[in-house]
Every structure is written in structure tokens, then in C-alpha cells.
Design a protein around this ligand. Sequence first.
Ligand SMILES: *Cc1c(COP(=O)(O)O)cnc(C)c1O
Length: 380
Amino acid sequence: MSIDFSTRAVHAGREDLADLGVHVPPIDLSTTYPAVDSSAEAERMDQFASGKQPEGSPIYQRLHNPTVVRCEKAVAELEHAEAAVAFASGMAATSACLLASAMGGKRHILAVRPVYGGTDLLLNTGLLGTEVTWVQPDEIAGALRPDTGLVVIETPANPTLGEVSIADVAKEAGDVPVMVDNTLATPVLQNPLDHGASVVVHSATKALGGYGDIVAGVVACGEEFAQKLRSVRIATGGILHPMAAYMLHRGLATLPIRVERMASTAADLAQRLSGDPRVAAVHYPGLNADRPEQMASGGTLVSFVPVGDHDEVVKKVELITPAVSLGSVDSLIQHPASLTHHVVSEDDRHAGGIDDKLLRLSVGLESADDLWADLDRALG
Ligand SMILES: *Cc1c(COP(=O)(O)O)cnc(C)c1O
């Protein structure tokens, strides 16, 4: 029997609760756990260090935490993955993927712009000992090297909302794993593993958490890569706090209804903006005729270039909050060239199609009419 996504969102990662005699996931805040039999624990230490999850005492919170494991199981199920590994933030998750990939000596990465500003910075500076080559999607096969360990894409991309065909990229990449940042689409609208990707990264700070009150990251992937990620996490310490894991898990239950409602409002606003003479350009996947068949709707963000002063629009909104981040229950607007993509050089921003005046709107759960009234006033 195939179980609907909305049903999974409510029940995933809660399989052990009935046996525990509870109805909501317990929050285990222990930093350490009794470890009585030292020689047996030594064996289990080795297993944790190699990324396995042995039964019994978690030993120490950086090695294992039951509250975190439950939310990992839930995300894995929603992303059609064997496993998921949670981190302290989206950037900690991406960092762990780069380190896990480099563990086998493959330090070269191919990446397609644009990507989130922090990801661009991390790749471009080679801070973690990796080397990046920026390519167009159809240049991937030609740019592969023997030491290429990962192909990195983001679709829809932050902040232009441009889409890249995951299946085409996977074909170009051949045996090299493709990592997709799926933060903007969420597993409600897109499951990259179904299209040939090997690794899915989420900033769970965004729609997965959903309420703007946690910072978290999750990687969904096969068990083999997950073991490398757990090893990296133990060594580097970017663990998710169990309280945030609980809140992330709780947010997943409402993920489908939130994302569907936000996406339908976003489609409505994109339509109104695209017919408005005060707007020079609107970026919304749902408005593009020629799209890859991989995202179920146009998504929850709309980016646009106002004809007038973009700063004035941000200053004049009253209902929408001028702030970075996205995917929350309330709408947010920001100017990528000043904020999320400020760390990317002007030339690189332009190469990625990021207009100097582009504004990115993350649509929340307010009514479309109220949001439009706010934008209409702000556009002057
Ligand atoms: C926010 C974001 C990130 C970084 O996530 P943090 O949780 O802020 O570390 C990565 N990718 C995308 C697409 C994002 O929007």
C-alpha cells in the first residue's frame, strides 16, 4: 500500500513511540550516558566513529541522540532516502558533504551558479580544502576530472529561482554523485533522489522547521554516504541540538499543508506582479513554459525586479517583514545583492543572473489579497 506524503509527514520517525508508551517524541537532553562495561563500550566507540549506529547506550550526545535520530528517520522517509543525518545548520550540513566527499581523496567539485551565498563562498574560497570549477549544466561531463568527488547544484536556485534539470545533470555526472540543495523546493514538491541525485541537502532552518525558530540542516542520502557524514559530524562537532531536532520533527507534520498553501499564494502573487508596469521582471518557476519535470508546482518564493528604487520597496512593506531567511509561516522580503548574496562578488553575481535590484520574496501563510495590498502600496 502506498502511503500519501501528508500521512508520512505526520507519522514518520514516530515508530518507536507506542512501545515507549508515549504519544509525542521525548526530548533526550543528556550530554552523557552511563557506560558501565568499558571494554564493550570501546567496541561501540569504534562503531560510532565509523558512522554506524550500534544499539545500546549512546555514550555521548555528539555520537548519537535518540531525539535527533527520530527526526532524521522522518526526513529520510520524506526524501525517499535510505538515511538522513542532521546538523547544526544548513551550512554545517553542506560542509559535512564536502568533507565526506574529500575523505576518499576526491577534492575537486563541479558546481553550477547560482547557489546560496554561503555555499558559493564555501566552495569559492576552498576553505575546506576542496577546489571548485564553476560550470554550466551542459559543461559538466567535459569538466569531470579523476579527482572530481561531487557535483553541486541548487534547484530552484537561490535567489533567481532558476531551475536545472536534475536528471540531465545526473546523466552528465556519470558515476560522480550529484548533490542537490533542495531547501527551496522541499520534499513536498521535489524529491531529487528520484531524478538521479545521490545526496539531498536541506537548510531545515527554512520550510522544514517552518516557524522561523530553529537553525538546522539535514542531508538525505544512501546509508554508505550517511556513515561518512556521521564520522565527519563526530569529528567536527556540528551536531543538531535535541530541542531543535524535536521542533524540526514537529514542523514536518504541517509541512505539506504549509508548502501547498504558500505555493498557491506565491503563484497568485507572481501572476499579479508579472502583469504590473511597476515591475521590470518576475522570476517564478511556475511562469516558465519550458521547465524540467521535477517540481510539482512553482514553489513558495517569488523574485522580482522593481522598475523604481528597490530599497524603497523594502522600506515600505508593512505586513511583510524585511529580513533574510525563507520558508517561514510569515512572509519575508530581502535584497540578495546586499544580504544573502553579498559575499558573492558583483561579477560572479551577474554571471549567476542575480540583478543588482532583484528582490526575493518568501511567501508565508497570510492571505494573497493582504500580501498583494502590502506589495501594491510598497511599489508606490
Ligand atoms: C539558508 C540556506 C542555506 C544555509 O542554511 P543555514 O541553515 O542558514 O546554515 C543553504 N542553502 C539554501 C538554499 C538556503 O536558503
